[in-house]
Each structure stands twice: as structure tokens, then as C-alpha cells.
Design a protein around this ligand. Sequence first.
Ligand code: FES
Length: 121
Amino acid sequence: MLNYKNFQPSKCKFVDISNVDDLANRQRILVELEDHSIVLFNINGEYFAIENECSHDGGPIGEGDLDGMKIICPRHGAQFDLATGKALALPAVEDIPAYPTRIVNHRIQVGIPKRSSKSTR
Ligand code: FES
């Protein structure tokens, strides 16, 4: 699975999500950005954004419990790395997208891939 953190900044569109003060440590926000359903976490003042859909069977991964830097899918228990979206435990074998985040003027922003205006296929 593509990890959007590897995107060049010129290929991302950063979207303003929240004031840093509105997302307490170990809390999360669910957001819909264009066709991306994303869950944003504050983990000790660092911000991580992953797709809110488990790669095993579409479970709402953003509703899962946290275990350090892992999130556990509430449906069948797959685990993913919050920073990279890497699948860490069965039954998931595919990673989920992880998105870049940044802070600008005390606001949390999440980067999503820019839509191409023309297809290359
Ligand atoms: S849907 Fe997430 S582990 Fe099955």
C-alpha cells in the first residue's frame, strides 16, 4: 500500500483540520477529506494520520484501541503502525495509507494527494 508520507510536498495538498489545543494527547479526530476517510491522532505532541478503513475487511480502524504506537482494529484485532500504516498483526496483511501531517500557525494540517487534472493512463 502506498504510504502518502513518501509523497513530495508538491504532490500533496495540505488541509487544515484543527487547532493543536483541541486535540489532547492520545485523542483522535475523524475527518472526511475528498474521497479519503482519515483518523488523526495526537501521540505525545506528534500528529499521525491514517486511513480509517482496515485493510482486512474494511473495519473502522479509527475506533480501535491504542497500544503505544499501534492501533488495534475493533473488528478482528489486526494491528497497524500509526506512523506508517504498516500491518503488524494478522488477519491484516496489507498496509493502510498513512498521510503526512504538519503544524502551521498552531493548526494541524493533513496532506492528501493532489488530484491530477489529467490522467496519464
Ligand atoms: S476488519 Fe479489521 S481486522 Fe478484520
